[in-house]
Design a protein around this ligand. Structure first.
Ligand SMILES: Nc1ncnc2c1ncn2[C@@H]1O[C@H](COP(=O)(O)OP(=O)(O)OP(=O)(O)O)[C@@H](O)[C@H]1O
Ligand SMILES: [Mg+2]
Length: 275
């Protein structure tokens, strides 16, 4: 009953009672075992980049984030990973609660490594080998389980041959895998992936998509920014469609399979024409 009351309350309203109350629900229907963004807003200059965006990512599920260029998808990933601090709203990552704006001098626990991001630009250091790029965020000393996980990932992503090369001595697909492994070795519970298949050929795309399913089976919650509507329709548990900094529709496969809004219908038609 208590959880239903919390569920019914408007999103974005968090009280102390929510934080200490129900074990299952915290606020606006957010469950403790998920990442929930509630009314996230971000302005830069006089441009509103994110307008009260709400979404959730659940462990073991794929959430596809879709929308035209400039919709704010990358900006949202930066906001969810606190690379850009939102102006308002709330972010709940399991039992971590972030309320924006932060108070002056507020000490904030970082969301990583529980939450990690792979950006389209990959951000690999050119003067370091792929192996060094992958281990850099782990600090100087790798413990035994982390070393073992890294070796497994190198095998799983078939990287032995080029792991000790510099980025400019590898292909785009190989660099892409290195960026993915750099995120996975941190053992994240939630991973945000920004167009990670966009510069790959069809075989590489199929390979990465199959690996996403493995990650999903391992219980990782995945937010996938993608233009691959077929994959989203087939594999995503939920779909979020953004335009002009706003979520204009979210739900299950029906968002793409039977679009209700003309904007989504025309986007789907154009994407199918282009593929
Ligand atoms: N720091 C910033 N300051 C001002 N405007 C920004 C900033 N970052 C992004 N923008 C603008 O915000 C809008 C959304 O950009 P964003 O990169 O999030 O779009 P996107 O949905 O990821 O697009 P794409 O599919 O092309 O990657 C764009 O109009 C962009 O020019
Ligand atoms: Mg983008």
């Amino acid at each position: 009953m208590a959880s239903q009351q919390i569920h019914a309350r408007s999103v974005g309203e968090i009280t102390d009672q929510d934080r200490v109350g129900s074990p299952e629900y915290v606020a606006g229907g957010a469950r403790r075992d998920e990442l929930s963004a509630i009314n996230i807003a971000k302005t830069s200059g006089n441009k509103q980049l994110l307008k009260n965006v709400s979404l959730s990512i659940r462990p073991g599920e794929i959430t596809a984030l879709i929308g035209p260029s400039g919709a704010g998808k990358t900006t949202l990933l930066k906001a969810l990973s606190l690379l850009e601090i939102p102006d308002s709203g709330n972010l709940l990552i399991d039992d971590l609660t972030y309320s924006f704006p932060f108070r002056k001098n507020q000490k904030v626990a970082p969301p990583w490594p529980k939450l990690t991001v792979v950006f389209q630009q990959l951000f690999l250091w050119p003067h370091l080998t792929l192996r060094k790029n992958i281990t850099l965020p782990l600090g100087n000393h790798l413990d035994e389980p982390t070393s073992a996980r890294l070796e497994q990932l190198i095998d799983r992503f078939k990287m032995r041959e080029f792991i000790d090369r510099h980025p400019n001595e590898t292909s785009i697909g190989q660099r892409q895998r290195a960026a993915l492994v750099r995120a996975l070795v941190l053992n994240p519970k939630y991973i945000l992936l920004d167009e990670i298949t966009s510069s790959l050929d069809v075989e590489q795309v199929a390979y990465i998509l199959s690996e996403l399913r493995v990650m999903q089976e391992q219980g990782i919650g995945i937010l996938l920014v993608t233009h691959l509507l077929h994959f989203a329709r087939e594999a995503a548990d939920s779909i979020v469609f953004m335009e002009h900094g706003k979520v204009i529709e979210s739900g299950g496969k029906e968002v793409l399979a039977q679009p209700r809004q003309e904007r989504i219908k025309s986007f789907v038609a154009m994407a199918e024409f282009a593929s």
